[in-house]
Write a protein that binds this ligand. Structure first.
Ligand SMILES: Cc1cc2nc3c(=O)[nH]c(=O)nc-3n(C[C@H](O)[C@H](O)[C@H](O)COP(=O)(O)OP(=O)(O)OC[C@H]3O[C@@H](n4cnc5c(N)ncnc54)[C@H](O)[C@@H]3O)c2cc1C
Length: 408
């Protein structure tokens, strides 16, 4: 187990500087254009693939970094560049983590490379859990997977919504119920291979922020996948279901379901994205406050402005520390006994919303226009308190953890 450290090592610093260069030279200059176009920035993803940022190798290297700082450092730098484009680059990672967390070695080796493609033919992947009537209440999802024993195939029907890269993905990972009686304990995750008949994109959403990231419904109509597409395999699922049925019969101790495992691992990473957006807005505001003059002096000469910047910086650093701690705990298999993952996501996402709003205020009229990036950053920041569990859901998790009570 690696000791918790707040200092990046030399190798991590090198990676950080390289990512920062890409974010500053490639992502940031393209941000306004793709925000306006509201389309997936394929050329930027391709650039990222060419230099090795959009690749399984890079992602795995950061994911398995024992210090836990690899993923948060990478997320912060990319999202510092632009949240919408960065999500297009790292969105595939959510599906990849779903496979890494629940899949067999063979499934990991087969499907993750197909999620990324290669620099000449980049692909993306989607993780589809949310449904129109199952957002925060993941347990109530209705998508059904039924096993056809004669053919060793699973037949999947349902409608997924809000899927990042949904419909444009080469590989979709879909969470479905295999035993509705068991609620969330009866969920399983499935790979839907490229070009599988019956999977179609529904509505593509026009969004408030992160508009360069594609978000859409995914319709599954009599989708048939081979038995090998069940993540973790049938034997493991049957054992898990048998245990859940036994516990349900005894009055029911809760067992973790596949989708929650994905969210737990990814929450600090979302916190790091929020830190990146917050830091970006703070830097623009600090720079502006130093150079903009009113009443014959820079506006930062006023405590009213300088203190806001002091608060912004303090919150950002506090958010980063919570994120790094949670990420270190996740990588080193330390259970979140104090809901540290939720704390990091809650604080960092609320920080991004607050700090980007303060940045607009510091830029005055300019902050309110699309001539300056803080307007876009503020729109982008609003997503962090919604996806991967809303702030209210994070508070619920924290409150239940600290109180031991079934708070509703
Ligand atoms: C841009 C975008 C990308 C997304 N990407 C993905 C993706 O790739 N894959 C995926 O599966 N999902 C994705 N999501 C879905 C996202 O995770 C959900 O939107 C989120 O979990 C909230 O669900 P909901 O929108 O149905 O809101 P609801 O659950 O309907 O919540 C509405 C409001 O009620 C509050 N609320 C609900 N229950 C409680 C409670 N018990 N106590 C207090 N307050 C409560 C919520 O906090 C929220 O404020 C994405 C969403 C967006 C907007």
């Amino acid at each position: 187990m690696a000791e918790f450290t707040m200092e990046l090592n030399d190798e991590q610093k090198e990676v950080r500087d390289w990512l920062h260069g890409f974010a500053a030279d490639v992502i940031r200059p393209a941000a306004a254009e793709w925000d306006e176009r509201e389309e997936t920035p394929w050329p930027v993803i391709q650039e990222a693939a060419k230099v090795g940022i959009y690749s399984l190798d890079f992602y795995a290297q950061q994911y398995f970094d024992a210090t836990g700082l690899g993923i948060p450092m990478a997320m912060e730098e990319l999202f510092w560049g632009d949240a919408g484009i960065a999500l297009s680059i790292v969105g595939t990672g959510l599906a990849a983590v779903g496979v890494l967390a629940n899949g067999t070695e063979e499934q990991i080796g087969t499907w993750i490379p197909q999620m990324y493609g290669d620099a000449n033919d980049v692909k993306v992947a989607a993780f589809c859990s949310s449904e129109p009537d199952a957002g925060s209440d993941v347990a109530s999802l209705r998508t059904r997977a039924v096993y056809d024993e004669a053919k060793d195939e699973w037949v999947i029907n349902g409608t997924k919504t809000w899927a990042t890269n949904g419909g444009i993905a080469n590989v979709h990972v879909v969470v479905a119920s295999v035993d509705p009686e068991l609620g969330s304990k009866g969920h399983a995750s499935f790979i839907i291979p490229p070009n599988t008949p019956g999977l179609a994109q529904g509505q593509k959403f026009k969004k408030h922020g992160i508009r360069a990231s594609h978000t859409a419904e995914v319709i599954l109509d009599q989708v048939r996948v081979p038995g090998s597409c069940l993540l973790g395999g049938k034997e493991k699922l049957d054992e898990r279901l048998a245990r859940a049925r036994e516990k349900a019969a005894k009055g029911g101790e809760r067992v973790k379901n596949a989708a929650m495992a994905t969210f737990e691992a990814s929450r600090p990473a979302v916190g790091a994205m929020a830190v990146g957006t917050a830091r970006a807005a703070y830097e623009v505001a600090l720079d502006y406050a130093r150079t903009r003059e009113q009443f014959g002096r820079p506006i930062i000469d006023n405590q009213g402005v300088a203190f806001q910047l002091a608060d912004m910086r303090t919150r950002i650093d506090a958010a980063r520390l919570l994120v790094w701690r949670a990420s270190w705990m996740a990588v080193n298999g330390k259970p979140f006994t104090g809901a540290e993952g939720s704390m990091s996501k809650l604080f960092a996402s609320e920080t991004a919303k607050k700090v980007t709003a303060q940045a607009i205020q510091i830029l005055g009229g300019n902050g309110y226009t699309r001539e300056y990036p803080v307007e876009r950053m503020h729109r982008d920041a609003a997503i962090y308190t919604i996806f991967e569990g809303t702030s209210e859901i994070q508070r619920l998790v924290i409150a239940r953890t600290i109180s031991g009570m079934p708070i509703r």
